[in-house]
Design a protein around this ligand. Structure first.
Ligand SMILES: *[C@@H]1O[C@H](CO)[C@@H](O)[C@H](O)[C@H]1NC(C)=O
Ligand SMILES: *[C@@H]1O[C@H](CO)[C@@H](O)[C@H](O)[C@H]1NC(C)=O
Ligand SMILES: *[C@@H]1O[C@H](CO)[C@@H](O)[C@H](O)[C@H]1NC(C)=O
Length: 787
């Protein structure tokens, strides 16, 4: 069909269009209606009969019927009025799903003539479906480490409606981390996308709950929502940390092994392996410190693992690393400052640094003998040392400087009283309990020649018998010197002097070393009774010191001189005793007891040895002699009156004997001529008288001698007692040639003597030692006194 369009007027145009439409309708046989879904039963759809050009009346006869393929009886036609209406609920979404066009195709069939009409009933959408999310909760796991603007597409909602009703807009609940972005897809659908607008932090917000709401474009609008559960996954973004960067710990030295020093607790905000930590010493920790401490890498306990000695090191700086097991791992640090406290575990040490030994005994007070230094490795009071010295020594400690002392002489020394000192220096610290140490110093005192040799007595008395053999040892002097070595080496010498014509050294000598005194030649009592001299002792010190001792050597008498007869006074003849005869004239008239003659003799010896006794030798014929001789005076007297029977010439032999042992004798011959009375020549008488005078003198001498002996003996006994008392304890002087112990008895007041002497061997060495009581025999002493 061709349409020629001639625009004349609008009304004409509309008419034309209508005609065209009708023509098309008729031609295609199609009628178009539309009905909203979900319309109620009976909702008018269209006047289908009319629209198909059918008369109402003919509907029934022509068997008007509607057929719908597969859609049943959604729509019905009222045959009375030819109206198509909604029969049952029409759900567009059920019919057509999500297709934009949705229509129900109806075939309208009439018979007589059979005609088929196609009717399209468009089902129009209404907003009857809300947007729907497939799940009510959507979980997202997002690592906290995701960067900003990271995108996380979400599953969108779906809306069963179409068109505007299915146009969805999304909305996200307010939050600080995410913003919503919408991606418009080609199919008009939209995909919501979460965009990270702020860094996540698991440690702050381990999970987020957001609400995503979808709203469709219908009127009224419907909404649907989904919960977005966002799990923030941990990233190892937190280093382990200690609550302090520096820990200060104090501990005593010598702590037991495995003592806990500190228990470190690091924390890590991360989780899982990211918060599993390993403790370790930092590489900064020197190996010396590592040896001392043990780190438990799991628990963070630091324990002692070796001896902790304050004196080695009093602080330790331990840098500790703690590393988590994340990837990459993160490390935290701290420093443990261990302050080691001192314990008094070190004894003081005493060092004697220099010694000026030995010390001379004449050293000045204040002389420094040694330097002493003390030390203590501890600190504080534990290291404060005080030094003390053995008490009661002549030394003292002088502190020169902190912990330095001088050992100084405090008072004068005397080697002879104390020759060495064992000093002990004690150093004691002020710890509690305190420790101490000692050092010994042996101070030897060096000798100085300050002592002269000393004899036990200032004077010794020695008795030597005369006629000693030459070189006889008579005495030993001995001096002691309190000094040492050469200062005590004593040598003896004689202090020379003259003895009469001769030098002392011709009599005696002294052995320089032994101090033995020798008599060089036989001594003669008759010549020299007392030899007094000095022996000097000198030591070998520089300068030498010396002292003198006096020796009194008494030469004891021996009976070495026989009695000597004296010539009659007036005869002037020599004293030869032996054959010298005395002639006397004796008057026959003399009575008994008349002294007619006297034998005179002397003895060069002394004492008993010089004490003479006289006795008459019996006459050869055995005739009784009318004479006798007085035992001690030598006076010859008559025993009876003479008579004619007596021979005119009488020859008497008088034995003169001394009292020595053995006694020595001399024999005097006395010739007596008996004359008648008055016949006695004047000369003779004169001679006799003279002789009598001499005799009287001799008798006097003898009496004096006896008196003197007795007096001296008494004196001697007294002196002996005194002497014994004084010298009782004194060491005996030695004299090898000294006589044996004499015994002295004074028996009568008249002066009768008896003297006996126990003879010992001569010159018996070490034998005869004179006791304090050993004194020369009284006569000898008398002679000495006479001098
Ligand atoms: C670490 O934890 C232990 C056990 O709880 C505790 O005894 C110790 O004192 C802690 N260490 C520090 C330095 O706080
Ligand atoms: C301390 O104990 C540990 C473990 O028992 C040991 O290895 C170490 O030798 C000990 N240290 C000392 C000084 O005894
Ligand atoms: C010893 O005697 C001698 C001689 O008499 C004398 O020179 C000397 O000084 C005396 N020595 C002493 C220590 O008295």
């Amino acid at each position: 069909m061709m349409l020629v369009y001639t625009p004349s007027s609008p009304r004409a145009l509309r008419l034309l269009l209508l005609l065209l439409l009708a023509a098309w309708k008729a031609g295609s046989g199609q009628v178009h209606y539309s009905v909203p879904e979900e319309a109620k039963h009976g909702t008018f759809v269209g006047r289908i009969a009319q629209d198909l050009g059918l008369e109402l009346a003919e509907l029934v006869p022509r068997l008007f019927r509607v057929a719908s393929k597969g859609h049943g009886d959604l729509l019905e036609v009222n045959l009375q009025n030819g109206i198509l209406f909604v029969n049952s609920r029409i759900d567009r979404e059920e019919l057509c799903g999500r297709s934009a066009e949705c229509s129900i195709h109806l075939e309208v069939i009439v018979d007589r003539p059979l005609q088929v009409f196609h009717v399209e009933v468009e089902v129009k959408d209404i907003n009857d479906n809300p947007p729907v999310f497939s799940v009510s909760e959507q979980k997202l796991s997002i690592p906290e480490s995701r960067l900003l603007d990271s995108r996380f597409p979400l599953e969108g909602a779906s809306d069963a409606d179409v068109g505007e009703n299915a146009v969805l807009t999304y909305r996200l609940s307010p939050n600080e981390f995410f913003i919503l972005d919408i991606i418009n897809r080609k199919d008009k659908a939209k995909t919501p996308v979460l965009v990270l607008g702020k860094m996540l932090d698991r440690e702050e917000n381990p999970q987020l709950q957001l609400l995503l709401t979808a709203t469709d474009g219908g009127k009224p609008e419907y909404t649907g929502s989904v919960t977005l559960l966002i799990l923030v996954l941990d990233a190892n973004d937190n280093a382990p940390i200690f609550d302090r960067s520096v820990y200060e710990v104090k501990m005593y030295e010598n702590s037991a092994n495995q003592t806990l020093v500190i228990w470190l607790n690091a924390s890590d905000a991360d989780e899982g392996v990211n918060k599993e930590m390993i403790y370790s010493f930092s590489s900064l920790v020197p190996s010396s410190t590592r040896r001392k401490f043990l780190m438990n890498e799991k628990t963070g306990e630091i324990r002692v693992n070796d001896a902790i000695d304050f004196e080695d090191s009093n602080t330790y700086e331990i840098h500790v690393d703690v590393t988590d097991k994340g990837n990459p791992p993160m490390v935290g640090h701290c420093t443990v400052l261990v302050e080691v406290l001192d314990e008094n575990d070190n004894s003081p040490e005493v060092v004697i640094t220099s010694l000026a030994l030995p010390v001379r005994e004449d050293a000045q007070v204040g002389s420094v003998i040694a330097l002493i230094s003390v030390s203590d490795r501890d600190s504080g009071a534990n290291g404060q040392v005080t030094c003390t010295l053995t008490p009661r020594v002549p030394f003292k400690l002088v502190s020169t400087f902190k912990n330095y002392y001088s050992l100084v002489l405090d008072s004068a020394l005397d080697r002879e009283s104390v020759s060495d000192y064992a000093l002990v220096v004690t150093a004691r610290d002020a710890g509690s309990p305190s420790l101490s140490a000692t050092a010994s110093v042996s101070v030897e005192v060096a000798d100085v020649n300050d002592n002269a040799p000393a004899f036990a007595q200032p004077e010794y008395t020695v008795f030597v018998k005369e006629n000693n053999p030459p070189g006889c040892h008579i005495f030993t002097v001995s001096a002691r010197d309190a000094d040492a070595q050469e200062n005590a080496l004593v040598s003896y010498s004689l202090v020379e002097r003259r003895v009469g014509e001769r030098a002392l050294s011709s009599y005696v000598s002294v052995h320089a070393e032994s101090g033995k005194v020798y008599a060089l030649q036989p001594l003669d009592h008759e010549e020299l009774e007392l030899l007094q001299f000095q022996v000097s002792a000198r030591d070998a010190g520089v300068p030498p010191l010396g002292s003198n001792v006096t020796l009194q050597v008494f030469v004891l008498d021996e009976n070495d001189n026989a009695p000597a007869l004296l010539p009659r006074p007036g005869t002037g003849g020599g004293g030869g005793g032996g054959g010298g005869a005395v002639s006397e004239l004796v008057s026959r008239s003399v009575g008994a007891g008349h002294v007619v003659a006297k034998v005179r003799a002397v003895d060069a010896d002394s004492g008993y040895n010089a004490w003479l006794s006289y006795e008459l030798q019996p006459a050869a014929g055995g005739a009784r002699s009318p004479f006798r001789v007085a035992l001690y005076t030598g006076e010859i007297s008559t025993t009876r009156t003479l008579d004619e029977a007596d021979s005119p010439r009488q020859r008497l032999l008088v034995l003169v004997k001394d009292h020595g042992e053995p006694a020595l004798t001399a024999t005097a011959t006395v010739l007596l001529s008996l004359v008648e009375s008055g016949q006695a020549p004047k000369a003779s008488s004169r001679v006799l008288a003279g002789a009598a005078g001499a005799e009287t003198a001799l008798v006097d001498v003898n009496v004096y001698l006896i008196i003197a002996i007795c007096a001296v003996s008494s004196l001697l006994v007294l002196t002996l007692l005194l002497y014994t008392a004084l010298r009782c304890s004194a060491p005996p002087a030695e004299g090898a040639c000294a006589p044996g112990k004499p015994t002295l008895v004074c028996s009568s007041a008249v002066g009768s003597w008896s003297y006996s002497q126990q003879r010992r061997q001569r010159c018996a060495p070490r034998r005869a030692r004179p006791r304090p009581t050993s004194w020369p025999s009284a006569p000898a002493f008398l002679r000495v006194l006479d001098l």
